[in-house]
Design a protein around this ligand. Structure first.
Ligand code: CA
Length: 228
């Protein structure tokens, strides 16, 4: 059965969610604190989706989300937010999550969102995951966002395309021509130098030490290699 974790500190809301998800055919694992949620996730490796309340005593839902992603997990994550929370802040912190539902919500709305995310995030293994997670980096291919250790990194469309290419080809040296073809397209007539310019800027954003890059390394006489 498809397992869902429900993290919510208010018992009434938690059982309301659990009852409705069970009725919709899900197996529900409940947690009332962020710490407990992380324990349950470690115990139940087959949990496919987590509903995380944001407002909790102890570590909050965003922190739980960050810690889940930091383990390299790509389970579906839906944040449960309160209408009073500023949406700017919520979406800014959303990088690791796939969706959010605003309280109060109807059972139908909630199960529809869970069903939809369940379908997208790995109903079958062949389905493309929405998130590439490598080392401290998570690249969301739906929202085109990158985060490092849970912190969002602002990328241009070209930088995003380069990151996606790298993360789809880990440890593989790519020539500058290959990068140019894949990112700019084969009908691009500019100079291959544009690749170096963008890599230099990307390094400033993602490397710990730009003077000694470890994620994007230069392969002399060839091009670049991604390792995370
Ligand atoms: Ca709460």
């Amino acid at each position: 059965m498809k397992k869902v974790l429900v993290l919510e500190d208010e018992a009434g809301i938690r059982s309301f969610i659990a009852i409705n998800l069970r009725r919709a055919g899900y197996e529900v694992i409940e947690a009332e604190s962020g710490e407990e949620a992380l324990e349950r996730l470690a115990q139940h490796r087959d949990i496919r989706l987590a509903l995380l309340d944001v407002m909790l005593p102890g570590i909050d839902g965003f922190e739980v989300c960050r810690r889940i992603r930091a383990t390299g997990s790509n389970i579906g994550i839906i944040m449960l937010t309160a209408r009073s929370q500023e949406m700017d802040k919520v979406t800014g912190l959303m990088t690791g999550a796939d969706d959010y539902v605003t309280k109060p919500f109807s059972p139908a709305e909630l199960t529809a969102r869970v069903d939809a995310l369940m379908r997208r995030s790995g109903g079958d293994a062949a389905e493309e995951s929405a998130e590439l997670v490598q080392g401290p980096f998570a690249l969301n291919t739906r929202s085109h966002t990158l985060s490092k250790n849970g912190r969002p990194i602002k990328l241009t469309q070209v930088e995003y395309a380069i990151m996606k290419l790298f993360m789809e080809n880990p440890d593989k040296p790519l020539t500058r021509e290959e990068i140019l073809d894949m990112v700019w397209g084969q009908d691009y007539f500019g100079e291959v130098k544009i690749v170096d310019v963008n890599i230099r800027r990307l390094r400033l954003k993602i490397e710990d030490d730009t003077a000694a890059p470890t994620y994007i390394t230069t392969v002399w006489g060839l091009g670049y290699r991604w390792q995370a």
